[in-house]
Design a binder for this molecule. Structure first.
Ligand SMILES: *Cc1c(COP(=O)(O)O)cnc(C)c1O
Length: 357
């Protein structure tokens, strides 16, 4: 992951490469991810929630920390005390931050978010244009003017080009304030999209950012124990709902992972569709039947007899299986696979000076 950040940072230069570590660093654990990215060289971080920012501040006393979901009512003093920078995307938020800064006589930096077509968060263009004439009277220095791309992962989407043009016009109206448009996908779209600061998330964590553009190095490996090996005759069914009927005499390996661990039910197998694969004894094997809460079953019939025993390892991520492979089988995206990784795995952080937990 640190390597991935360095790769993106070199690509983005002279723009600054920040790091998005919301949702517990995309499920990978902010406690380790935050400091590792800092050691790699990241100085600016984005989280979504105030609570996440509080956690990150304790880990990284000198980092610049932006809170993407903005300013929550009446929490301004706490943001300021921890030197957190809310991403302000509405007039009430800006007024509240402005009042807080004036009352306390201290201009705490904050970002301004402008909506350029996603209609999720941010000032309207009219509001942004109006603000561009008055921001010097706000009582705080906007430290970043930003927007977010809706379709950067879809090559050639018309909205992406339109958002870039609209944002370039808005950013010009705030001279001297750094501008930021690009998430991971945006960063890959070229110099025109990078402005002064890029905000990659998924690409740092080894996920696909743009369909067809190979990801950087995989970051997560997920190993699971085989807890029972068994056989079943053709015609029998496997798992809840008897959703898959065996077409041949089969050998099965039941593994200790389920939907409570983030292996989506939608990733299971049925007579109609094949679910995810795992690597067992060097070979890819499909799930058979539904995913239960704590268990799933693999078809190991094609492996030599006795190749798999109780206690062996099945690899669900790694050995050529990516988060995006799993996502494709479950009808979702790599982001959801990562952020759904369960809480009861033993997590071991490897590299960058750490081997622990
Ligand atoms: C999540 C997020 C990012 C990072 O997006 P990736 O696609 O993971 O690179 C950047 N900016 C904003 C506003 C976000 O919400």
């Amino acid at each position: 992951m640190a390597d991935n950040w360095r790769t993106l940072s070199a690509l983005a230069a002279p723009a600054e490469c920040a790091a998005v570590v919301k949702a517990d660093a995309y499920g990978l654990g902010i406690q380790r991810v935050g400091p590792a990215l800092w050691r790699a060289g990241a100085r600016t971080f984005f989280v979504a929630h105030f609570r996440e920012a509080v956690t990150l501040r304790a880990l990284l006393p000198d980092a610049v920390i932006y809170v993407l979901n903005g300013l929550l009512p009446d929490l301004g003093a706490e943001y300021a005390a921890l030197r957190l920078r809310p991403v302000l995307g509405s007039t009430p938020e800006i007024s509240e931050w402005s009042a807080l800064c004036r009352d306390s006589g201290a201009g705490h930096p904050a970002a301004i978010h402008v909506d350029t077509g996603m209609h999720r968060l941010g000032l309207s263009l009219e509001e942004a244009v109006q603000l561009s004439g008055t921001w010097r009277m706000l009582g705080f220095p906007p430290s970043l003017i930003m927007t977010h791309l809706a379709c950067a992962d879809m090559p050639g989407h018309v909205l992406t080009a339109r958002q870039r043009l609209v944002f370039a016009d808005v950013a010009r109206r705030f001279p001297g304030i750094p501008a930021s448009l690009a998430n991971s996908a945006g960063t890959l779209l070229g110099r025109d999209f990078r402005f002064d600061l890029v905000r990659p998330g998924i690409f740092l964590y080894g996920g696909v950012a743009i369909a067809g553009v190979p990801p950087l190095r995989p970051v997560v490996r997920l190993e699971v124990k085989v807890i029972q090996v068994s056989t079943a005759p053709a015609g029998e069914t496997v798992g809840y709902g008897a959703a898959q009927r065996l077409k041949r005499p089969s050998r099965l390996a039941t593994v200790s992972i389920g939907y409570a661990d983030g292996l989506f039910r939608a990733a299971g197998s049925s007579d109609a569709a094949k679910g995810v694969e795992a690597v067992v004894a060097g070979r890819r094997c499909h799930l058979v039947g539904r995913v239960s809460m704590d268990l799933a079953t693999l078809d190991i019939t094609d492996l030599p007899e006795h190749a798999v025993e109780r206690g062996d390892t099945a690899v669900f991520l790694g050995d050529g299986i990516s988060v995006d492979d799993v996502a494709a089988r479950a009808g979702t995206i790599g982001y959801e696979v990562l952020t759904s990784l369960g809480r009861r795995y033993a997590r071991r952080y490897v590299g960058d000076g750490y081997v622990g937990d």
